[in-house]
Design a protein around this ligand. Sequence first.
Ligand SMILES: Cc1ncc(COP(=O)(O)O)c(C=O)c1O
Length: 443
Amino acid sequence: MAVKNLSGALKQKLIQQSLQRKLKQAEQTEGDGLLGFVSKPRQGSPRFDQHPGYKQLQILRQGAERLGVADPFFRVHDGVAGATTQIGGRSYINYASYNYLGFSGHPEVNQAAKDAVERYGTSVSASRPVSGERPIHQALEAELAAAYGVDAAVAFVSGHATNVTTLGYLLGSRDLILHDELIHNSSLVGAQLSGARRIAFAHNDCAALERILEEQRNNFERVLIVVEGLYSMDGDFPDLPRLIEIKRRHSAWLMVDEAHSFGVLGQHGMGIREHFGIDGRDVDIWMGTLSKVMSGCGGYIAGEQALCDMLRHFAPGFLYSVGMPAQVAAPALAALQLLKREPERVTRLQQISAYFLQQARSAGFDTGPSVGVAVIPIITGSSLNAARLSDRLFQRGINVQPILHPAVPEKSARLRFFLSCEHTRQQVDQTLAILREETAQLA
Ligand SMILES: Cc1ncc(COP(=O)(O)O)c(C=O)c1O
């Protein structure tokens, strides 16, 4: 019977009955479709092994198996990892540690952690506003502020969370975040959380940054430029004085993530600020981590009193997260004090890194744009070569991580060498000789 031939009331009733039938079907199938338009019934919970992430992992594992290379991730180290490390009962020359200045495992740093546990126990309970400060928090933050020559600093329990919560809190939907295209994931996640418009500029390209600012500045209330003090994939750094001049001219804020540059750049390891001889107050937001040179865990923001005050009171990653345990704050403070007392460690790191870079280049390796301080990539041309070389080096007593696509573009897959002031020239020579032999075997 065609619906169009029926009277109005009957038509209404039939439509209603049909809708009710479809609603009932939809409820029975527990689907999320509307009014019965459900593609297929679902049984049980969604499955993790059907998640795209898990499928991607399987593809990676199968690929490694086909190539006959061991999984280079999650290796179990014993003892203190620095210029050397112990894995599976064997000693390796190690280029996969952030122990740039050898502070992790240093007797004074270890002792500071032990003393803090004895005095404060292992937890400071809830967040610092709620469960209170410990003198060690205040001492660490005062030292950090002094290191930058700024009003104040605030320490967070995670470096990643420091960027997420700071960017997420400070910026909003009427703002613009401009960042180097190689910026760390933590800044990207923070920018997304903030709801601000986000635009990447070409790596270390101040002219490209300026072009965007000229076009866009007037469309936004606040603008924040985010860069790193030393890029952890390429081992190069930005032209900070020029960035300061640009941010002033365009009335923007400048944030510098010093995760890899503090303790590494500058004659006394005071970071990119010391390298360029600029005043700490010329950068609006200094960010750093306690997980690299400072041998612990956590992150910090340093800058104006108002900035730090605000973050301490309102940034969710501070306000709603546990206070830093004393045995994490104390060794970071001890490392900072050691850095001031023993700047020769920084000199040694800079010298051994420069030696590595120079020897690698003269052996014909492609070290990309690395300036030769702490982070030196050797570009292998493909993920396959990087994975194979890392595996071959591991078999010969050298631990270095491959960086594969999609972390970097396929043609710039690499081995990434993190240097420590405790590496010796003999270790560097041995490493490059073995790398030369193994690279020749690949050809
Ligand atoms: C540039 C940069 N920022 C932030 C972070 C996050 O720090 P963390 O690992 O201490 O959480 C890292 C980590 O390596 C980093 O390289």
